[in-house]
Write a new protein. Structure first.
Length: 151
């Protein structure tokens, strides 16, 4: 007598497939039923005049008219009265300087910040504890003191 071509694992796979189809059909019917019960669909969210999310539409009487020309994208231009005067030349004291390595540090007298300086940024020869004037320039790791002169 011949053996059956259907194995146990084939039967289990078929049962799983049929169960999956049935679950999918039930979910579809549940969604249809929920749509009939709640016909309005997804609720709306509105933004009131303070910028908060609310579920009621905003009051049109509180609407503010804005001209497109008044909107500034980016950094606003400075006017003559807004200009703040600041001296690019600063004064400080040399806290450390190694002539063999060619670098050192200067402590600013105004804000006590420590700035790196290199021998290429020096105008005069400097040593530790000298009072100097310098300018700041953006470097790779922060601000560097350049154009360093003895005072």
């Amino acid at each position: 007598m011949a053996r059956s071509q259907q194995t146990y694992s084939k039967g289990e796979k078929e049962k799983k497939r049929l169960k999956k189809q049935e679950d999918k059909r039930k979910k579809k019917e549940a969604r249809k039923l929920a749509a009939k019960e709640n016909p309005q669909g997804i609720p709306f969210a509105y933004v009131d005049h303070h910028g908060n999310l609310v579920d009621t539409p905003p009051d049109p009487s509180l609407k503010v008219k804005v001209d497109a020309e008044d909107i500034i994208l980016g950094i606003p231009k400075k006017e003559e009265g807004d200009r703040e005067e600041f001296d690019p030349v600063r004064k400080g004291k040399v806290s450390f300087f190694d002539t063999s390595k060619g670098f050192g540090f200067i402590i600013d007298s105004e804000n006590n910040e420590k700035y790196f300086t290199h021998v290429s940024g020096l105008i005069d020869e400097i040593a530790e504890n000298d009072t100097v004037s310098f300018e700041l320039e953006k470097g790779m790791k922060g601000m560097n003191a350049v154009r360093v002169k003895l005072v």
